[in-house]
Design a protein around this ligand. Structure first.
Ligand SMILES: Nc1ncnc2c1ncn2[C@@H]1O[C@H](COP(=O)(O)OP(=O)(O)OP(=O)(O)O)[C@@H](O)[C@H]1O
Ligand SMILES: [Mg+2]
Length: 307
């Protein structure tokens, strides 16, 4: 990417893939992760984590998988995109557990094999955790299949724990009468909050540092507040805007991000344009000087004209 050398970066700091190498331990992510780990340790059967689009659920899911991989007392099965039929879900689980089955075996037999494996793991002292990302996309019959899987138990305890990650619509789906049995089983839930201003300040510098940045602060505090407001604390949107800020600064050969760069980044981001006029008003107030206010107002005018 063009600005990497200019800012002394090894790699792109604001990519959109949930890469655990860039994980920033912001308080709400850390709390979410701890809550999940504790709930799993306690043997909770059904755990749910919801959060708005782009708040970091998939990243957290990967982080959780890594934590559990380091713990010999857990075995995990991961289903990243569950727009599956119930049968496919069972096959996917069998695959994840390393069970060898034939496609023509029949569902009953596959369930039997899954059950046997779960019993074996239990006997070996291991907890099996099924982790489903994008759970808001689970079809109804699939949710029911998941519930039936967690029915598998010995006299003393559950054989399978399930963690559902999903957007807030997941709660709507779980509100349907057909899945109320499942909803009742959810004994642990966590709602992932958007990041606040201090978290975003830390987030921006952490991602830059991981990408190799060593220079002085790129985003001055007033801009961080503005980014936080415009992006509503959603890290994916922050990444988009921060990337465009770097591009704009690079385009002018500037080593620090200015309000002008941020304005351009917002202007360039379709979903954020409606926030721009307020942003410009605040910016021009903060700048105070008639000249800059005039320039900002001109910018606003140009933006409105485009809108
Ligand atoms: N704590 C964090 N540390 C580092 N990067 C983060 C953090 N939280 C979110 N991100 C970044 O924000 C972006 C969006 O995260 P992610 O894809 O996990 O969101 P999501 O909640 O799964 O979104 P969706 O609802 O669309 O599935 C990714 O680039 C991810 O790396
Ligand atoms: Mg996701």
């Amino acid at each position: 990417m063009m600005y990497l050398d200019f800012f002394g970066l090894r790699e792109a700091p604001f990519g959109l893939t949930p890469d655990t190498a860039f994980y920033y331990n912001n308080p709400s992510h850390q709390e979410a992760l701890n809550t999940l780990l504790i709930a799993l340790q306690m043997g909770e059967g059904f755990i749910k984590l919801t959060g708005e689009v782009g708040t970091g659920k998939t990243l957290l899911c990967r982080k959780l998988l890594r934590e559990l991989a380091d713990d010999a007392s857990f075995v995990t099965a991961y289903i990243p995109n569950p727009a599956l039929k119930a049968t496919a879900l069972r096959y996917a689980l069998a695959d994840e557990l390393g069970i060898s089955y034939h496609r023509n075996m029949g569902q009953h037999k596959v369930m039997q094999m899954i059950n046997d494996r779960l019993v074996e793991e239990k006997a070996a002292g291991r907890k099996v955790v099924l982790i489903i990302d994008e759970a808001q996309a689970l079809p109804g019959d699939c949710l029911e299949a998941v519930r039936l899987l967690t029915n598998l138990e010995t006299e003393k305890s559950k054989l399978l724990q399930v963690v559902l990650f999903g957007q807030p619509e997941l709660d709507l789906h779980l509100g349907r009468p057909s899945v109320r049995q499942l909803r009742q089983r959810i004994t642990f839930s966590y709602v992932l909050a958007p990041m606040d201003v201090p978290a975003i300040a830390g987030y921006l510098s952490h991602r830059l540092a991981i990408a190799g940045y060593q220079g002085p602060r790129l985003f001055p505090p007033p801009l961080v507040r503005e980014i936080s407001r415009v992006c509503q604390g959603v890290p994916r949107v922050v990444n988009i805007v921060a990337h465009k800020c770097l591009l704009a600064a690079y385009g002018e050969g500037r080593a620090q991000i200015s309000r002008r760069h941020l304005r351009r980044a917002i202007e360039d981001t379709e979903s954020l344009r409606r926030h721009a006029p307020i942003c410009l008003k605040r910016v021009s107030m903060a700048l105070g000087g008639a000249l800059s206010a005039g320039a900002a107002a001109f910018g606003a005018f140009a933006l409105l004209g485009k809108g």
